[in-house]
Design a protein around this ligand. Structure first.
Ligand SMILES: Cc1cc2nc3c(=O)[nH]c(=O)nc-3n(C[C@H](O)[C@H](O)[C@H](O)COP(=O)(O)OP(=O)(O)OC[C@H]3O[C@@H](n4cnc5c(N)ncnc54)[C@H](O)[C@@H]3O)c2cc1C
Length: 302
């Protein structure tokens, strides 16, 4: 990950990666620079070089203007009302690789319709999509009928959100439903970046616990010092009003003004970025709350 860019090359050149110092390598006398500062700098340079090398030697398989062929490699249940689809590049040229930034989206052609989807993870040659299924949705109906080895047409990547490492002290991510797809890759790329000091507070709204996708992935992120996640369930669950399932906080309520007020009061508007992703109505309501509290650094994914 470079400046918030999750590259598809995290497995390249791992052997020359600067070795992380051990806790006992630091004398604790407050040296300037401390051995950990030196390591941080070396790691930053190594990552930048790795990313630049990868970009020089490969071209993006994805195109902004032309549909490219992908093959369905796997389909698994994401939650009660969503599925995850793994797609492989349909190209024999090994130099064709996928370049994406976290929170960018692609356009997928599905029979008579074309819909945007935000890859939740990817590597050099494949990407994973999380797709919420609407009972009578045009794209949903088509997606439900997909089989392994089916071909799909995709163009992209699009999206004007650009994140730079450590540009904010805190990021609050507010989403409902499939909005999680825009936030998960960004959160994962930040918390897994040793050079990041930014803390993430993810606030995700769903109707039921059974609708929440990526539970295991979110739990893994909660092991990092700078990630917390709360699931807000508008239709409640059988548990008490608040609970915690292995790292994930659960609140049986919508994300409402009281909750936002209380949350924002514990953050500084100058050093906090707020990201919003949901339905048009949700985005409008959240944007209003955020503006009322004088938070000027925010971005709405539409
Ligand atoms: C930039 C961008 C990125 C996106 N990324 C993803 C993603 O990663 N995963 C994903 O699942 N979706 C994503 N979406 C939404 C997706 O593109 C489709 O709009 C959605 O899946 C519905 O498509 P559909 O054809 O199945 O339903 P449609 O035929 O468009 O709608 C059928 C019915 O479903 C309901 N419905 C549709 N969309 C919504 C909604 N957003 N909220 C509430 N009810 C709705 C409505 O009742 C509607 O009448 C993204 C949208 C945008 C703009």
């Amino acid at each position: 990950m470079i400046n918030g860019r999750m590259t598809s090359f995290d497995d390249v050149n791992v052997n020359d990666r600067p070795t992380t110092p051990l806790e006992q390598d630091c004398c604790g006398n407050g040296c300037d620079p401390c051995i950990f500062d030196v390591h941080k700098k070396l790691l930053e340079e190594w990552k930048e070089e790795k990313y630049n090398k990868s970009k020089r030697s490969a071209k993006n398989f994805l195109s902004l203007v032309r549909y490219k062929r992908f093959i369905v490699k796997n389909i698994v249940e994401g939650s009660e009302n969503s599925i995850c689809i793994e797609l492989d590049c349909a190209s024999d040229n090994k130099d064709d690789v996928i370049f994406l930034l976290p929170s960018q989206y692609i356009m997928m052609k599905l029979f008579t319709t074309t819909k945007p989807y935000t890859p939740i993870s990817w590597n050099r040659r494949s990407m994973n999509l999380l797709i919420k299924l609407y009972p009578s949705g045009e794209a949903s109906t088509y997606v439900k009928q997909l089989n392994i080895n089916d071909e799909l047409l995709i163009r992209g990547p699009y999206g004007n959100f650009n994140y730079s490492r450590n540009s904010y002290k805190n990021i609050i991510m507010l989403s409902i439903g499939s909005g999680i797809a825009a936030f998960y890759p960004l959160a994962a790329s930040i918390v897994k970046d040793e050079l990041e000091d930014t803390k993430i507070n993810m606030m995700l709204g769903f109707r039921f616990l059974s609708h929440v996708p990526l539970k295991d992935e979110l739990r893994i992120l909660t092991d990092y010092w700078n990630f917390e996640c709360t699931l807000y369930l508008s239709q409640g669950s059988t548990m008490s009003r608040t609970a915690n399932i292995t790292g994930l906080n659960i609140v049986n309520s919508r994300i409402n003004s009281k909750i936002i007020d209380r949350t924002l009061d514990s953050y500084s508007p100058e050093t906090t970025l707020i990201l919003i992703c949901g339905t048009t109505k949700f985005n409008e309501i959240m944007e209003n709350f955020v503006q009322k509290k004088d938070f000027c650094h925010y971005h709405v994914f539409r």
